[in-house]
Structures are given as structure tokens and as C-alpha cells.
Design a binder for this molecule. Sequence first.
Ligand SMILES: [Zn+2]
Length: 465
Amino acid sequence: MSRLLLTGAACALPGEPGTDGPRIAPAALAIDGDRIVAVLEEGPAGSDFADFEPVDMAGRLILPGLINSHTHAVLLALRGTIEDIEGNLVYQYMVPVSYLLTPDERAAIARLACAEAIRSGTTTLVDPLRHVADYAPAMADSGLRLWLAESCADAVTTEVGKGTYRFDRDFGQTFLDRTEALIERFHGSENDRVRVMAAAHGPDNCSPWMLGEVTKLAHRHGLRRTIHLSQIISEKTQVEALHGCTSTEYLERNGFLDDDLLAVHWTFCTESDVATLAERGVHFIHSPASMSAKGPHPAPVKAIQEAGINIALGSDNMTEDMFQSMKTALVLHRGAWGRSVRPSPGRVFDYATVNAAKALDRPDLGRIAVGAKADLAMIDLTQATMAPTVSAISNLVHYGHPGLVTDTMVDGRFLMRDRRLTTIDEPAAVEAAQAATRSMWAKFEAEGHDAPLPRFDALPSGASA
Ligand SMILES: [Zn+2]
């Protein structure tokens, strides 16, 4: 286990109680193994840390690593395509693609996603999808902190795109069995860096039986739970037709809403739904960037903020860039109040750090403090984007981008050092993901889905596989 002393940097330290965002101050950080053991605002005294390896961080700002509370690494394969296609993207593209990739293709694309996450200063990913065991080892090898989940549904999701909701317990049981297998193999592995979450895909494709099984499984193993909630219009219509209520009311009737639940999207939630979700302590995971690709996401953000609900952020699809998420959240959440300066950049930064840690029930994440995990991201304060620096957090939330990140650390281990990835061969990962994506679209075309196909750009050899 290494012992490091990071010196010369400014650090984003926990803010005063009642204030938004971190407080920036010069400090040295002593890291013993996977945890921060000292935060030295006066600098290291005498020989207290003589046996720690000094690491010069002059000119850098050390942040708590960003937490992406909802993503689907493998769906990065759809980047640059479905953002610009109309239709029911979940069932026309995402669901079919989640089934047709080979295990190697899934791993190749997941590895690319991890590379992008590390480059954007992200240290934690929460990732529910299908066939997770195929790519969990590739993601675990990246060194990132993970919550992985097999997304459970007992409506035969492959048929929903054709307009049919057929519920089948054997189909649903497959995902529960896979979750159990994931727990056995990965939960708590890698020094507890990899955990498993229990995921119900959505209220439209989960029967009361499925919801109950997911909750039982979570309680049996002490897992957090997640679900897409009021994501798309077809979900809303289906839940109304089947159960005569909103998605939130359906989950409430089935005892699914509780403070261990990370519920994502809330697009069509009513104010009454928001009141119920607040009462149950459900966490709002917002994916403002992906959901706003075709116009501002209409989730009732003002009511959510006023209800005091814990808000965290996800990138969801086609990117792992949490700067984009923070920037879009700021614009969108301010828009919910008319033209406004609330929330502050500090509060939005909290969404991507301490609030996410709260949703994950991990007070040792999302902050730089003694006893916290050494999950950190270093920002280059000498780059033009960060100058002039009056409020670094304001600069980062309004204008930040992955190119500012010099180093990313998880559990005290550098996953990127001086802009070089240490756990992933990036050129090889890019090439393999490109090949996997070409293969995926060829299979998608061969399967004859009733959905438009993208056209690949012509690139010089070496720029595409
Ligand atoms: Zn999602």
C-alpha cells in the first residue's frame, strides 16, 4: 500500500455547514493506502510524514472525484447517432443493442467508457444494464469505483419495441438470477471498490411481482436499488393503461419507494408525485444533458428543489463527461425558476459529489476529509479556461471540461497521472470500441429492425478500424 503526500495544491474542502459547495484552500493531503489520513492546511509539519512519498501538485486544484450516479457504459456504442434520431430510442435502439453485442464487444465499449470517465475526473460509476458479467471485469480493471446492476424486467423487453407488453416470469427470473451471480462474483470485490446494486428497469416493464423480487433481493443482500422513473412517454401511457395511475403512484402502491432508491429522470412526475417521492426519501438522479439533447428536459425541477429532495447527477447515455452534466444541470435548473441564479455552482458541484455519496449511503465518498476514500481529481489551474480564477468552482461548473483534468485517483491509486491513463491502453481501447461499434451496427441492420440506421463518416485509415 502506498503512502503519498500531495503538496502544493489548492483543495476543495468541505464547505461551512449551510453553505453550497466546497471551500477552496491550500492544503497538503496525506494518503495512506486507500484513504486520506491528514488534511494539512498549514502544510506538513516537521517530519510527521517523512515516510510518505511526496507528490508535487503545484498549479493544481484537487477535487473530490466526480460521481456519475447513472450511466450505461456499453451504450456509448450509440454515440453520435440516436441523439439526432426521432422515435422511441429506449425500445428501438438501446434495448436491442443491449442484447445483440457479443461479450467481447461489450467489454471493448465499456473499457472506452471507463477511459472517458477517468479523463473527465470521474471516480465512481453507477451502471445498470444487461449482461453485466460480460463487461464487469473490464470495468473493474479500470480501477474505477463501481456500482453495477443487471437491469431487471419481466415484460419481454425485446418485444416492447414492436408495441407488445407481454409479461413472463421466466424472462424476469433470468435477470434476478444474473443479479445473484453478480453479487456472488463481484459485490465487495477489489477492496470493496466494486459493489452491486439491485435494478428494476422501469415501471412499465416491471410487474408488481418483479418489483417485489427486486426489493427482496436488495434487502437480502443489503444493496441500494435503482429504477428509471417516468422516463419516456410510452412508459407513462403503458402504466396509465395497465394500472390507471402515474408511475410514482404505481411504485408507491407496491411499496417500492424508500430512501435506498436512486430514481432516475422523473420526466413526467406530477407535483403530487414529487411530494410522495420527497416523503419517502427517494433520491432524484438527474441526467440533464442526455435528456435535453432535443430541448430542455421538462422534469419538475423547481418542485423537486423546493421539496428538499436529494439531487445527484448522471450522464446516462453516449458520454461519461460529468462536466457536461454539471453545466447542463446549472442551465436547466436555473431555467426552472425563470431566469435565476439558483442553484449556485457550488450546489451543482454538490450534486456530482456529496449528494451522490448520500444517495449511495457512502459518507466516505464525495469529499476531501480525514477518513474519506482517496478518490480525487486534479484540475490544471494554469489552463486558459480556468483563468482568471476568482471562484474555481464557478469556473468549473460554467466552463469546465475533461481537458482540464490532469490526474484521477481512486483508492489512493492514480488511474491517470499527468494526463496519461495508467490502467487502460487508450489507443487500443479506442480502436477496439470502433470495431465493436461497426460490428454492432452491421448486426442491427441484419436483424432488420424498423429503425433508421446511421451513416459512418469516411475517415482516413488509422482514424477508424
Ligand atoms: Zn438510463
